[in-house]
Design a binder for this molecule. Structure first.
Ligand SMILES: *Cc1c(COP(=O)(O)O)cnc(C)c1O
Length: 396
């Protein structure tokens, strides 16, 4: 809904503060209520410790490359580099000089930039992604004018490696960018990364003729913290991948959308343009970048720590399995992939979808058990779901 001519009616000096306060208070009430019953999207809403509110009074802009810095005085590139080092260590980077990374606007930006780095390396490449890949992947392909081919996925949501091999054979050696997912959006599935790399090798692709990006928006911040995870689904640069991205407002837990991307240094060097005006290196999609988001990620990684995330990952995976079991107990057909926080079940009533803010698609809906989801909320949800389930069975 658009309001006509609102710019002609600024709040009068007399009641301006009151108008602002009332509106902010209404928004706060609405958001607070929505957070309390939220079960449908992978947002970690327990983001303490946050950076201090007083920093909200300053513009903080990490302009351009976090490693080069610039002549800007109000940047927090040192904290951004610490964040990137933390994530590089988590994701199996050994010699840090061989990697580059930055904080961007979202997981989507990470995917777009990863695929851009791939296209700059291999200008004639075709992009391969699974049917369960996030919509930002085919969107990136359209923006970058990279032809995209959809590979089938298995029923549990992971990429079908046999179909991948068939597509690779049909391409007869044409260069490829392969985008794999660590934690698919609808089913929380993990593509077999090592399996896909072997399929590339068997089809005759050496590392100069293919680029592999991992979209780890949610689970690149879950599976690395778990014990006994099979290495073939682990998002790690110990496998021959080229770039990896995650969202900041998902498992990391920031109060604003943001994301992180790590790639091999030579990919970033390939696209870097020196930029005299900034005395920096133009290596990021956005010139100006959100310094508050960098501080929010930094506060979480160093404040919550490895131990905090390891606890959250284990706790949430176990509770997702319990939720799945309890829904199965009702007789519902439920999917919960190993090491996932996502529980997929038959789509309930609109009322339930609305109350718990659940995403639904093709008759299926899912809940995502994030660290802020309380046992009380899960109990309430299961009760509502059970009521609906019993009623709709009577109607049939
Ligand atoms: C959420 C999600 C994205 C997009 O991330 P944003 O930070 O919302 O842009 C990409 N891929 C997957 C698998 C996701 O779940």
């Amino acid at each position: 809904m658009k309001t006509e001519n609102i710019y002609l009616n600024p709040f009068s000096q007399a009641n301006r503060n009151e108008r602002l306060e009332t509106t902010f208070a209404q928004i706060e009430n609405r958001i607070e209520a929505a957070h309390k019953t939220h079960l449908g999207y992978p947002y970690n809403l327990s983001f303490s410790p946050p950076p201090p509110m007083s920093l909200g009074g300053y513009l903080i802009n990490n302009l351009s490359d976090p490693y080069t810095g610039s002549h800007y005085a109000f940047e927090v590139c040192a904290q951004e580099r610490e964040v990137m080092t933390w994530l590089m260590r988590l994701w199996g980077c050994h010699n840090l000089d061989e990697y580059w990374g930055s904080i961007g606007a979202s997981g989507t930006e990470g995917n777009l930039w990863g695929i851009y780095l791939g296209r700059e390396m291999l200008p004639d490449a075709v992009l391969l992604h699974s049917a369960d890949a996030h919509y930002s992947i085919p969107k990136a392909a359209r923006i970058l004018r990279v032809p995209a081919v959809q590979v089938a996925s298995l029923l549990n949501g992971e990429i079908d490696l046999a179909d991948l091999a068939e597509h690779l054979a049909a391409l007869k050696g044409r260069e490829v960018i392969v985008c794999l997912t660590c934690g698919t959006t609808m089913k929380g599935a993990h593509d077999d990364i090592i399996g896909a790399l072997s399929a590339l090798k068997s089809a005759g692709y050496d590392r100069n003729r293919r680029y592999v990006h991992i979209d780890g928006a949610l689970n690149a911040m879950v599976v690395p913290f778990l014990q006994h995870v099979p290495t073939n689904i682990l998002p790690s640069f110990e496998s021959e991948i080229d770039s990896l991205s995650t969202s900041g407002h998902k498992m990391i837990g920031t109060p604003m959308p943001c994301g992180a991307l790590v790639c091999r240094q030579h990919h970033s060097t390939r696209i870097a343009r020196a930029f005299a005006y900034l005395r920096s290196n133009d290596t990021t999609l956005m010139g100006s970048r959100n310094g508050h988001a960098v501080l929010a990620v930094w506060a979480r990684l160093f404040g919550h720590g490895y131990g905090g995330y390891a606890h959250d990952a284990l706790h949430c995976v176990n509770r997702a399995q319990t939720l799945a079991e309890r829904l199965r107990g009702l007789g519902a057909d439920v999917l919960c992939n190993p090491y996932a926080l996502t529980v997929v079940f038959p789509e309930p009533s609109d009322q339930i979808l609305r109350t718990y803010q659940l995403a639904s698609n093709l008759g299926l809906a899912h809940a995502i058990v994030m660290p802020n989801v309380t046992d009380a909320l899960l109990d309430r949800f299961i009760e509502d779901y059970a009521d609906w389930w019993a009623n709709q069975r009577q109607e049939v």
